[in-house]
Design a protein around this ligand. Sequence first.
Ligand SMILES: NC(=O)c1ccc[n+]([C@@H]2O[C@H](COP(=O)([O-])OP(=O)(O)OC[C@H]3O[C@@H](n4cnc5c(N)ncnc54)[C@H](OP(=O)(O)O)[C@@H]3O)[C@@H](O)[C@H]2O)c1
Length: 262
Amino acid sequence: MNLSQFSLEGKVAVVTGGSRGIGRAAALAMADAGSHVVVSSRKIADLEGVAAEISAKGVKGRAIAAHVGKMEDSKALIDQVVKEFGRLDILVNNAGTNPYFGTMMDQDEKTYDITMNVNVKSIFFLSQMAAKIMKTQGGGSIINTSSIGGIRAGELGVYCATKAAVIMLTQVMAKEWGQYGIRVNAIAPGIIKTRLSEALWKNPEVNARAVSQIPMMRLGEPEELAGIVVFLASKAGSYVTGETIVIDGGRVHGEPAWREKK
Ligand SMILES: NC(=O)c1ccc[n+]([C@@H]2O[C@H](COP(=O)([O-])OP(=O)(O)OC[C@H]3O[C@@H](n4cnc5c(N)ncnc54)[C@H](OP(=O)(O)O)[C@@H]3O)[C@@H](O)[C@H]2O)c1
C-alpha cells in the first residue's frame, strides 16, 4: 500500500483549540504528515509553544489568538490565514467548552448561551467562512469535534445537545458542499484525558466508574485521535464525507461483556 496517500505535504491547516489536549495532538500529527498548521485558541502564550513544536518539524507553525465564540475573532482568524498562507485546505473545528456540571433543572441562561455559542455557532460560521475559500480552491476537508455525548444521552445535558448538533451540522454541510470537493466529517471521542475532562478522571471514584463502563477498560489519550484526523484530512479519506467516527474504547457499545474477574 502506498502510504503517501496519508501525506498532507504543502497543505494549510487551521486547528481551533490547538493549544492543548486533542487539538494540540491533531495539530502535531498533521505537521508530521507535512502540513503547515495554524493553531488557535484564546490564550496566545499557550499557543506559541505548540507553534514552535510544529515549526521544529520543518513545516510552518503559526499561533493566532481567537475566541471562537466571537464572530469578529473567527473572521479575523480566517482572514489572517489566507493573507499569510494564500490558501486554506483543512479546518479542524475542535475548540469546545463545558462551563457547567450539574442538572438541567438548575442550569442558567449564561452557561447555556456560552456552550451553544462555542460548541455550535462557531462551527457553523467558521466552516462557512472556510468553505467559501475551499470552494474557490476546488475542495478541502473540515473536521468537527463532536463527542459520544452527542450520540447517546449522557449526564452533561446541554453539552450533549451541542455535540449532537455538531453531528447534524457535519451531515448537512457534507450534503451541500460535496459538490465543491469539500468533505466534512466529525470525530466523536469518549473520555480522553485532557483538562476539559479532568473533573472526571481526577476523582478516583468517578474515574473508576467511567473505566468500568468502557470495554477497553481505560480512558483515551489525545494522541489516539490524531491518526483519524490525518486520515480524514488526507487523500486516504477522499471518499469519506458526512461521517462521525467514534473513538471511545468501545463505550457506545455498552459495558464490558463477560468480564474476567480479577
Ligand atoms: N476530553 C474529552 O474527554 C472529550 C470527549 C469528547 C469530546 N471532547 C471535545 O474535544 C474538544 C477538545 O477538548 P479537549 O478535551 O482537548 O480539551 P482541552 O484540553 O481543555 O482543550 C480545549 C481547547 O479549546 C480551547 N478553547 C476553549 N474555549 C475556547 C474559545 N471560546 N475559543 C477558542 N478556543 C477555546 C482551549 O484553549 P484556550 O483556553 O486558550 O482558549 C484549548 O485549546 C472539545 O470540543 C471537546 O468538547 C473532549
